[in-house]
Structure formats: C-alpha cells, structure tokens
Design a protein around this ligand. Sequence first.
Ligand code: GRF
Length: 192
Amino acid sequence: MVKLTGLKKIKTAVFISGAGSNLKNLIKFSKIKKSPISIGLIFSNTPKAKGLRYSNQFNIKKYVASFKNSKIAEEKILNLLKKESIEFICLAGFMKILSKGFIKKFNGKIVNIHPSLLPKYKGLDTHIKAIQNKDKLAGCTVHSVTAKLDSGKIILQKKVKISKKDTPASLAKKVLSQEHKLYPAAIKRIFN
Ligand code: GRF
C-alpha cells in the first residue's frame, strides 16, 4: 500500500528582470513544509538580472531569453515550462508584458506583485506618483495576470503609511519589505 506522506507541491517558475529580492523570499518560503509551492525554474529576460545568482545559490534551474523578439522568446519559454512540468508562474519584478497567447497557452495560474495599491498607479514609477499626489497611503498588491497591464483580479493587498519625510527611495524600501510578507500570504490564499 502506498503511504501518503504529504501533498505534492505545485512546481512554480519565478520570472524576474532585476534584483530578485522577491524571488529569494519566495524560494525561502517554498522550503517551508506548509508552503504549497516549490520553485523549479527561474526565468529572466536579461542576463543582467542580479537575481539570477539565486539559481546557483539554491540549485534551481535558470533560463534567460531576450524579449527583443517576444514571440520567439515566449515559444521557447512555453516549451521549457512544459518540459519542466511547471504549473504556476510568479512574476516578481518582471519588466516585460506577457502576451494574451502566452497566458492562454500556459493554461495555468500566473500572478504578479505590484508596488502600489491597485487599481491606483498601474505601470512604472508608482512611488514617485504616490508622493507627488501627496497620498497618505501606499502599498503593494498581488494580482492575477491578464493581458491588460496590472489589471487582473486582486488577490491580496498590504497598505503602508507614507510619512512626510518619505522619498521615492525610502517608500520603495518600506513597500518592498511588505511585499516580502504579502507574496507568500497571497500564494497561501490561492492554494489553501
Ligand atoms: C518590486 O517592487 C516589485 O513589486 C516590482 O519590482 C520590484 C522588484 O523587486 N514589480 P525585486 O527584484 O523582487 O527585488
């Protein structure tokens, strides 16, 4: 008789373009027994992404493909995702927009973390906009990915107070530390 020792984790790819602090945080989260995901692949559209170093550090496969020709890049990624049996994608500072065709063909869940309280401030420069508009609150959002930028269903949000002394850089730092709490919490909410 087969003894069930626990549920199988959902094999996940993390897409990055930069520092990868959310990636590192998700890798650490994935190693907790109660985490619903395991990280099986790191993808970057640029070899310059500093977060790629976590591939060696945590022994996770990495793949880099330029999005200069996004159609070719997406085809290559889709093949790899299939080969690696990836069922879930977390975008974490990924600076490219995935096509409608990619989202449909992947046929799995894709989520993103965005450094604003969506639907406010889609796109770039969220912290500059929040400070310029004299907002009292900023924050971060984990949402489902659709073909429309930063517009999919909101899964979870976390608010952060903006103080009078905040600069875009200090606010980014405050929000990022909340992102590291929010992303795992949102993933738990999706799968539990
Ligand atoms: C985060 O603020 C994320 O919300 C945004 O880009 C930043 C990426 O940071 N999309 P990191 O690469 O995870 O450190």
